[in-house]
Design a protein around this ligand. Sequence first.
Ligand SMILES: CCCCCCCC/C=C\CCCCCCCC(=O)SCCNC(=O)CCNC(=O)[C@H](O)C(C)(C)COP(=O)(O)OP(=O)(O)OC[C@H]1O[C@@H](n2cnc3c(N)ncnc32)[C@H](O)[C@@H]1OP(=O)(O)O
Ligand SMILES: Cc1cc2nc3c(=O)[nH]c(=O)nc-3n(C[C@H](O)[C@H](O)[C@H](O)COP(=O)(O)OP(=O)(O)OC[C@H]3O[C@@H](n4cnc5c(N)ncnc54)[C@H](O)[C@@H]3O)c2cc1C
Length: 664
Amino acid sequence: MEALDYHAEERRKAEFNLDEMKIVWAGSRRNYELSDRVARLVASDPVFRKDNRTMLTRKDLFKDTLRKAAHAWKRIIDLRLSEEEANMLRSYVDQPAFTDLHWGMFIPAIKGQGTSEQHEKWLPMAYKMQIIGCYAQTELGHGSNVQGLETTATFDPQTDEFDLHSPTLTSSKWWPGGLGKVSTHAVVYARLITGGQDHGVHGFIVQLRGLDDHLPLPGITVGDIGMKFGSGAYNSMDNGLLRFDHVRIPRNQMLMRVSQVTREGKFVQSDVPRQLVYGTMVYVRQTIVSDASCALARAVCIATRYSAVRRQFGSQNGGPEIQVIDYKTQQSRLFPLLASAYAFRFVGEWLKWLYTDVTQRLQANDFSTLPEAHACTAGLKSMTTSVTADAIEECRKLCGGHGYLSNSGLPELFAVYIPTCTYEGDNVVLLLQVARFLMKTVSQLGSGKKPVGTTAYMGRAEHLMQCRCEVEMAQDWLKPSTILEAFEARAVRMSIACAKSLGKFSNPEDGFAELSPDLVEVAIAHCQLIVVSKFLEKLQQDIPGKGVKRQLEILCNVYALHLLHKHLGDFVATGCITPNQGALANEQLRLLYAQVRPNAIALVDAFNYTDHYLGSILGCYDGNVYQKLYQEAWKDPLNDTVVPDGYLEYLRPILKQHIRTARL
Ligand SMILES: CCCCCCCC/C=C\CCCCCCCC(=O)SCCNC(=O)CCNC(=O)[C@H](O)C(C)(C)COP(=O)(O)OP(=O)(O)OC[C@H]1O[C@@H](n2cnc3c(N)ncnc32)[C@H](O)[C@@H]1OP(=O)(O)O
Ligand SMILES: Cc1cc2nc3c(=O)[nH]c(=O)nc-3n(C[C@H](O)[C@H](O)[C@H](O)COP(=O)(O)OP(=O)(O)OC[C@H]3O[C@@H](n4cnc5c(N)ncnc54)[C@H](O)[C@@H]3O)c2cc1C
């Protein structure tokens, strides 16, 4: 018997080859096959069930996380999964855990900042999980300002050791994931002090707990920082606090690729730039951009499928009501988010390439592209996570009341997702880094130094400052060169206007502080340009499959034109387009929504999410929403009894009092 599919009709409407689109989304046929296999593996394993986790107490949730992590590790070993497959498996388990930090930050920190001897000593143990590590940088008093950290690591030449110490309450490490209850080791960031001199913040490998009894080592105070936002969600993670009371570690546990301390206590700065100490953050920021596309796709998949099932108003002659996805307002809220999911996917792919390229250069001691890599990872991390966090909430609203039910999957997705706007760098702080980079690039324009990479367009500032958009009809907005030039002209004009305003201040730092809200907008304009241009570049590639490229062109245009519509003020104020051209863009946008509509369900099917991973009744593949909602309601523990606990103590007396009052 064929399975029931409420979306069958929608799926028939699609005008493109879904299998080929799945491959585009996954990045390659190989990625698609791997990820499909691993997702099914997780979905079919009862240990990885997650439908009840918002009901668990913190302790039970945490134990459940340990159980899942242990089971995941067993599967990884038994099935001899590659590192790539293992990462996929952990991400499909979809429960934040200490392993994210062990694999995602502790190991990369040692790899990026350790010497080859340190690699040889620590990495094999870490790869086998004989030690488990976390990334302990943030303190109670300082997170964004890394140079303001207070923990000290003072070299003692007598014993050839560092003395790790937390001199104040505010120097307590605070937030590191995996630290609270699990990690045996940490990469700790502390001020290096030799011969009474402060050499700034460096990384140190520190053992925190005994490998036999898991008890904190002498001088170490460690624990969990407490409940976080939402139920379930990020509370599966043991974000921790940590204090050192003169804890001793051998000299060779300072990560010494960037700087070294000799046996005599001499501080040696190598040719490697000091910023490489921040390298792990650059790596993770890059992964966060791809993760943003996954989270956004997930929310959009739920909202799109449900919008096709949900009907309100407009029944004619007793026929069905209108599917809410057919309302233009619904489309204008939903389809730009769908387009953004694809846009972030492609920019994430490109950023991965950029990161690999910069890593290879660093290995060959070429540091020239580091500032660009920092600006791109910081800016795109910030832009994509802010959009995604807001989009998840928008998708909840797009699902009406049922979106507020926990089993829509959206509340938990929101609660898990929103800290990405803060961790790995507060989004505003990171955009200001991008703005600094842009202002520096502008200031060098006259010096003959040609901007390269993502700022190459600034080399054409002369043209972009005076060009006029040539759009006369709505369809003129479909020309890639027209779109690109509008975004480039807006970004360059905003940058140069800000640079000019900065020039009016006698002290540039005062100017930067005063103009920071404008500088943030400049950085956003630049990041949006990067995303638009990388989407357009993707379309230059040979993309097989009937109708696939055509759909991507439509989505690319939706992405660019919805931004143009949203930021029309910027575009018009900088004079690169006229208000009338803005209105034409909006007209075109409406036409594009009509083209997305028949393909909407297939475009979210292309994400290839299992029902397990989606974790949403509203987004389930077969669209059998109402029956599932009804069945699920009865599973709530409140419905275990007909009369609730507390009736006798608290309800009945009130009700009876009412009767008594009535009798009076
Ligand atoms: C499931 C499977 C797993 C597999 C893998 C998955 C991976 C996922 C992993 C895990 C999941 C996630 C779980 C949660 C994780 C959360 C973790 C954390 O949150 S860890 C803490 C983060 N903390 C921050 O990010 C602080 C932010 N602050 C900073 O980065 C800095 O303090 C900053 C940039 C704001 C200022 O730093 P200044 O004070 O040293 O810098 P200035 O003076 O402004 O700049 C000096 C120069 O250095 C450059 N610079 C700054 N940062 C740079 C960098 N990172 N790289 C290169 N250059 C940099 C600047 O551009 C500037 O350059 P010029 O001198 O102008 O040319
Ligand atoms: C869930 C979660 C997991 C985390 N995991 C880890 C981890 O594993 N390891 C770790 O070391 N840390 C971790 N962190 C800490 C995280 O990296 C920091 O919280 C983050 O870097 C932000 O720093 P902050 O908390 O000091 O924010 P603050 O800097 O105090 O930000 C507060 C406000 O001040 C503004 N602000 C700050 N500086 C400026 C400025 N210069 N100009 C303008 N505005 C400014 C910000 O925009 C923000 O609005 C985690 C945090 C969370 C929430």
